[in-house]
Design a protein around this ligand. Sequence first.
Ligand SMILES: [Zn+2]
Length: 149
Amino acid sequence: MGPAAEFNPDKQTDLEWTRLGRCYLLADRLMSTTFQDAIVDAFIQKIIDKGCSPTLVHETIYSGTARQSGMRRLLVDIAIFEWDKDILATRAARPACADFFKDLAVRYQEILEKGGEQEGAPYRQLQTTCQYHDHGQDEECCRMMFEYI
Ligand SMILES: [Zn+2]
């Protein structure tokens, strides 16, 4: 049986997010950071192009990725910069989501400690999207290998 997102009656559920999330888990299993980073970029591009954001896929990603996963960082920032309080208030607080909500609280605190000022979502600026990639600092970005953006 698939993750809850497939069966959630939430009308805003877009199954493409779930599919992309599953691709990310596959890339993680294949240990392909290039594939993982390309999926992160696909998430970002979809948010920018379609004006929508994933509201459930964190359940899939947090159940199958390591703590330092770039996709985790991206999903936390998406929740901060894209979700309104109604979305946040209605997300399931399952035990499996505890790490997500903890990361969300820590990120909020980071922003507050910077004076609450943030120049928009970092993932909307092309030069800062590598902070959500899993490649190392001394490794080439997938955007340099393929021209898909
Ligand atoms: Zn990169």
